[in-house]
Design a protein around this ligand. Sequence first.
Ligand SMILES: [Zn+2]
Ligand SMILES: [Zn+2]
Length: 350
Amino acid sequence: MKRCILQEPGLIIVEDDAPDPRPGPGDIVLEVRAALTCGTDLKAWRRGHPRMPCPTPFGHEFAGRVVQVGAAVEGFALDDELMSANTGPCNNCRYCQRGQQNLCESLMDEMILGAYSQYLLITERVLRSNVYRRPDHLPFEHAALLEPLSTVCHGMSGVPLRDRDESATVLLLGAGPIALLWLVALKRAGAGRVVVAGRRPFRLEVASRLGADAVLGEDDDLEASLAQLTGGRGADLVVECTGSIEVWEQAPQLAARGGSVVLFGGCPAGSRVSLDSYRLHYDGVAIASPFHFCPADVEVAAGLLGDPSANWSPFITSTASLDELPAVFENLGAGQQVKCAVLPHGPGSS
Ligand SMILES: [Zn+2]
Ligand SMILES: [Zn+2]
C-alpha cells in the first residue's frame, strides 16, 4: 500500500510499497477515506514530537471503511463506515480506574499513527472504547474531526460554563483549527458571546463564518478591545489555543475576576511559564490545563458530529492526495488553511 512517513522533521517520504496492515483477532483494518492535517502534525513536522519519534508513520485524524475484521471482533463488520479517535484507555491502571483515562499510563503505547496511508490498523483497545459509526449525513472528511473535537469536549467538560448565560464572554486566544472547534462547541453549548483573537486574517474570517461574535486581529489592542466589549471586566472564560509561552502568561490577565482560564495548547517540553499570582488568588481566576480525552468526551464529540444542523465545512479548506502531502506541509504554516483533507483513494472518494 501507499503511505507517508515522517522520516525526520521537515522530510515526509511517500512509500509506494509499505506492507498492508494485518489485523490481530481483536483488530480491524480501515480503508482510510479521509485523514486531516492538524497542528500537532505541523509541530512534529517542524521540530519533531516526543510522542512520535522519527521515522514514524504520520497522521492521526481519520475516518474510513472497514476492509478486514479480526476473528474475535464483535459489533463491527466489513464495509462499516467509521470515525475513530487515535487512542484507547487500558481500563486497568490507576488513572483509568479513577475515571482519568486521558492520563492512562499506557495511552500512548498503542496510539494509532499512520492515517496518511491507504489502510490503517485499528487496535482492539481503540475499537472497544473510541470508535463510532459515521453518521449518514456526514462526509468522511468531517467525520475525521472526531479526534480533535474529543480533546475540545474534554477541555469543555472541566469549565464552569453557566448554561445559556447570555451575558458571559468567552475569549479564544488563537484562531487555528482547535480554537475554531472550541468556537463551535461553545456556541452549541449556549455560550453568550465568543470573541476570537488571532493573527491570520484568513482564519479570523473563518471564525466569523462559524459564528464568532467578534474577531480581533494583530492590529487590535487586545486588552483595550476586550475591556470595551466587557465593560472593563475581562472575559469570563479565556481559552488559550496557541501553545506559546507568552500567550499562556497573558491569558490570566485577560480573565474577569472569578473567571476561568483554560491553557489548552501544549508548549514545547521543558517550557516554564510565569503567572500573576494576584490574579489567581485574590481575583479568583481558576486555571486548568486539560490534555487529551476520555471515552465520555469522544461520545460527546460523536454526538456533536451526529447533529445534522452543525456546519463543519469551513474546517476543510483544501484536499490533497498522499503524493501531495510533502507540499501540503510546506504550505501549512502560512496560515491560509484550517485543515487539509488528505484523500488516500483520490478525490470523490469521500
Ligand atoms: Zn490532531
Ligand atoms: Zn489505563
